[in-house]
Design a protein around this ligand. Sequence first.
Ligand code: ATP
Ligand code: MG
Length: 334
Amino acid sequence: KSDLKTRLNHEEDEALTRDMQDLYSRLLPSAESEQRRTRFIDKLDRLLRGNWPTSSITVNVFGSTGNNLGTLDSDVDICITTDCREMERVCSIAELLAQNGMERVVCVSSAKVPIVKVWDPELQVACDINVNNPLALENTDLVRTYVDIDSRVRPLAMIIKYWAKRRILNDAALGGTLSSYTWICLALNFLQTRDPPILPTLQQQPKLEPKILAGVNVSFDRNIESYKDFGSRNKSSLGELLFHFFRYYGHELDFEQNVVSVRLGRILSKVEKQWHLLQDNRLCVEEPFNLSRNLANTADDTSMRGIHMELRRAFELIGEAKLEDCCEQFEYPK
Ligand code: ATP
Ligand code: MG
């Protein structure tokens, strides 16, 4: 461990930071793709109201459409809030959409949060829809607030998401790895634990009024203005941050002992969290509001070993400022 590279030299740092800025500008959604998403949301709104004219219906966006970490090809995550009981059976929504030109309609009604997945061939938009799941709106707001506090958060988190996607490390449902949301929480806690910190801990500010929703406290400090200069004492470039992100999760953090907590802005021991009894030697990531939820439990032992190896591979390549190689599309061996 002692012979691990500790820092990038000046040339490496400049080259890597420049490459990251280039990649970031290519990942940003275009005006045209934003427009397609907006038109899709309007269309969905009209279809639902047409079918259930007497119900109160609000179409809310969450996930990467709401937290500013969406890329050109991100899906649209939608939460419908309504008093209509029939819509809570999401399959009724699936039927309606299938009759109105949507394709690849899948209704996952047995999931913890039932969802409908659709593809709109006209607007070329993929979408996940749930009904009355307000927590996802709150944690989306929390992420967006963090993203807005320091200008390094958005490019860094988008590049980490992109890397995870290219290395096939962000498919919680099918691949048994981690969701984008879990990678985002890893990035946020990494930035909270720098010295000096780049992000504050919004859920731990004094004088916060508790706000209870679905049985959990979802309050956090939304006053971005008071954090405008929060990270300015830390001068790290984007290149240095990416290098240390991979060093930290690849080599420094002990997965067996620790829990990543955005809520507390620090690392918690598994004993403190009472998660040591799970006999779990894998990485644990606490959901910021729903505290009993380990966001990393979608990855099993084997998958977690693979993720760890990928983090170390990325550290090696980023240590030589090789961003493109680091994000090379993973291909399964033939
Ligand atoms: P992408 O651009 O890859 O679609 P995303 O930011 O939309 O990324 P997802 O992993 O698709 O991230 O998650 C979408 C949203 O769903 C998150 O922003 C979060 O609000 C919510 N979410 C996902 N997983 C959980 C979970 N286990 N518990 C609570 N909320 C979750
Ligand atoms: Mg999404």
